[in-house]
Design a protein around this ligand. Structure first.
Ligand SMILES: [Ca+2]
Ligand SMILES: [Cu+2]
Length: 223
């Protein structure tokens, strides 16, 4: 029974993906320069409260659906933790195009930090990992050796054109989320028991430092 249920669910998801793809072509967003290219530009806004160390980043992103079914994603950000890779993803919900949103400081709660799971009700799950090379599936969500690295001033530039993007349904409804803050500024994502933030675990697992996964920037709210 379990297998049958899973198969039925998988079929539903597949159908929903097809439906989402079809509706994407007709999405009536004002940023459409033509029928063939749907291009969406967004500001990337700080997710964390201002008193979280390293929270003061900013940026912009562009998600462009090209006529041949390819998807081009550009991210430019300032004020990120320098000399470190930053996990980035397209977040959303699979299936029919549904625009989610971005969490903000109000979602920090009692621990004072917006974790990945605090943000999930807003930006959804991971649809695509915005890696620089190789796999782009959700399985690469934390493949830090393949994400773009911020330079010594905290500037990051990323651009990649994807084919056959897994889970992607509509360029107009994804959220772009950039992760990773070196809270204690020691040049790495690691546990530091002496630091009030770097001592914490990610909401994704006790063995993962909060530093590596904490969301910094988010953009993509309905335009
Ligand atoms: Ca650190
Ligand atoms: Cu993410």
């Amino acid at each position: 029974m379990k297998i049958a249920t899973r198969t039925a669910a998988a079929t539903l998801v597949s159908l929903a993906l097809v439906a989402g793809g079809a509706s994407a072509a007709h999405a009536g967003h004002d940023a459409n320069p033509s029928e063939k290219v749907a291009s969406y530009g967004y500001a990337l806004n700080a997710v964390q409260p201002a008193d979280v160390p390293g929270s003061g980043a900013s940026g912009k992103t562009r998600v462009k659906a090209l006529p041949n079914g390819k998807l081009q994603v550009t991210v430019e950000a300032w004020g990120l933790s320098p000399n470190l890779p930053h996990a980035m993803h397209l977040h959303g919900v699979p299936g029919a195009a549904t625009d989610m949103g971005c969490p903000g400081p109000a979602q920090a709660g009692d621990d004072g930090v917006v974790t990945v799971l605090d943000g999930a009700p807003f930006y959804g799950g991971i649809l695509t990992s915005l890696t620089s090379t190789g796999d782009v599936s959700p399985a690469s969500a934390l493949a830090l050796d393949r994400f773009a690295v911020a330079d010594e001033s905290g500037y990051l530039h990323y651009e990649r054109t994807f084919t056959d993007v897994p889970g992607y349904t509509d360029a107009g409804t994804v959220q772009v989320v950039v992760h990773g803050i070196d809270f204690d500024r020691n040049g790495m994502y690691a546990f530091n028991p002496e630091d009030p933030f770097a001592s914490r675990s990610s909401s994704l697992g006790a063995a993962i430092p909060l530093e590596a996964t904490v969301p910094v920037l988010c953009g993509g709210i309905a335009n």
